[in-house]
Design a binder for this molecule. Structure first.
Ligand code: GLY
Ligand code: MN
Ligand code: MN
Length: 393
């Protein structure tokens, strides 16, 4: 058994410098980072609660008694964390945040709006009032998230290895899918295979959707027993070294049918069209449009009712959003972005098909990180001419 090569330390100081560089354009002089994946991105801290103040001159991690010993020990030995101070929140997180922020003479403090409950916001305002000074609290969006859009070499190494491990699991999965088993039993086998492969946890609750349930894009595994002729959507993912990977394959138990085969081929064609579209310089929504147009040409426009993909990283659903034009899907693709491509078609009375792979944008186009045959339908389909996919690099 060979153990994986040790990963390099994450470039925390570079990431913190990028946040510092963004303070000015957000019109704040300090950012209070509280969204756990953002804390992890900037410091490696992976506790459930904490805060990081990044100002022009300070970078201070505030944690409670559960985490302080480990956080201080790490800050001492990891060179990338040399400029990060660690403060213990003795009475409450908010009181210590107020002290640290006032100490740093921050006058306009950015608060991560998407990750801050009203209750915590009020506590923080109260803590400042109690400390006798009140910086202006400015809700901000997407400062760390935008920096997280482009994965660096250390992150790509984790994602690559995770995708390879997930692909190994996925190649085994068709052997778990047998008539007579319940969806939950199949999901249980997938979950143990993920653990066995070395994932630290599941990236989300595994989906096994059979027969009529396969026509529901996010069905939960039920006690339904798999039945001959069922289409079965299998969607699962794992977290490796903090980074999420996510994959879907669809199989049909025999006897296989022409109708399901045509649905499968249409989704496989949309998946191939979307992957072919991926390259730097285009809008994320152009990838979605490629999948959508392909399904529309097959008469399945209304059968595809979700986005084509989502970014992968410390979160299983992050930016970029590969969806219809508008909002964040206007993000321009750049090398180093990692996301899923997962078109699907869901037809009541027939069933559903989804095919999902993970890709990274490279200068030349797109590299597929996952590596599993698309056509894992058990036995051979009447129509087995679904386009094959070779990695395009
Ligand atoms: N099941 C989560 C996803 O594929 O996005
Ligand atoms: Mn998935
Ligand atoms: Mn996904």
């Amino acid at each position: 058994v060979t153990s994986p090569p040790p990963l390099l330390e994450h470039p925390y100081s570079r990431r913190i410098a990028a946040v510092r560089g963004a303070l000015g354009s957000a019109a704040i002089d300090g950012l209070l980072v509280t969204h756990p994946p953002n804390l992890r991105d900037l410091t490696g801290f992976d506790g459930s609660l904490g805060a990081l103040l990044v100002s022009g001159s300070r970078c201070t991690l505030i944690v409670d008694g559960r985490y302080v010993t480990a956080a201080r020990a790490r800050a001492e030995v990891v060179p990338e964390l040399r400029d990060v101070g660690v403060e213990l929140a003795e009475r409450s997180l908010e009181e210590t945040i107020a002290r640290v922020v006032l100490d740093a003479r921050v006058e306009v403090l950015g608060i991560e709006a998407a990750a801050t409950t009203l209750s915590r916001f009020n506590k923080l305002a109260d803590a400042f009032a109690g400390a006798g000074a009140q910086p202006s609290l400015q809700p901000v969006e997407r400062i760390v998230e935008v920096a997280r859009l482009i994965k660096d070499a250390v992150e790509l190494a984790a994602l690559r290895r995770g995708a390879a491990m997930l692909s190994d699991v996925a190649r085994e999965v068709p052997s778990f899918v047998k008539a007579g088993r319940t969806e939950r039993q199949v999901a249980g086998r997938i979950d143990s295979a993920l653990r066995e492969a070395g994932f630290e946890r599941l990236a989300f609750e595994t989906i096994v959707a059979s027969g009529p349930n396969s026509a529901l894009p996010h069905a939960r595994p039920s006690l339904r027993t798999l039945t001959p002729g069922d289409g079965v959507v299998l969607d699962f993912g794992g977290v490796y070294d903090g980074y999420c990977v996510d994959l879907t394959r669809t199989v049909q138990l025999s006897p296989q049918t022409d109708a399901f085969g045509r649905l499968f081929d249409a989704v496989a064609a949309a998946h191939a069209a979307a992957i072919k579209a991926v390259r730097p310089g285009i809008a994320a929504s152009a990838v979605d449009a490629a999948a959508r147009e392909s399904l529309a040409a097959a008469g399945l426009a209304d059968a595809f009712m979700h986005g084509t993909g989502h970014g992968l990283g410390l979160e299983v659903h992050e930016e970029p959003r590969i969806s219809r034009a508008g909002g964040h899907a206007e993000e321009t693709l750049r090398p180093g972005m990692v996301f899923t491509v997962e078109p699907g078609a869901y037809v009541a009375g027939l069933g559903g098909v989804r095919i999902e792979d993970d890709v990274v944008v490279v200068e030349e186009g797109c590299e597929i990180l996952t590596d599993v045959p698309i056509d894992q339908r058990l036995g051979s389909f009447p129509r087995s001419d679904a386009p094959g996919l070779a990695p395009r690099i």
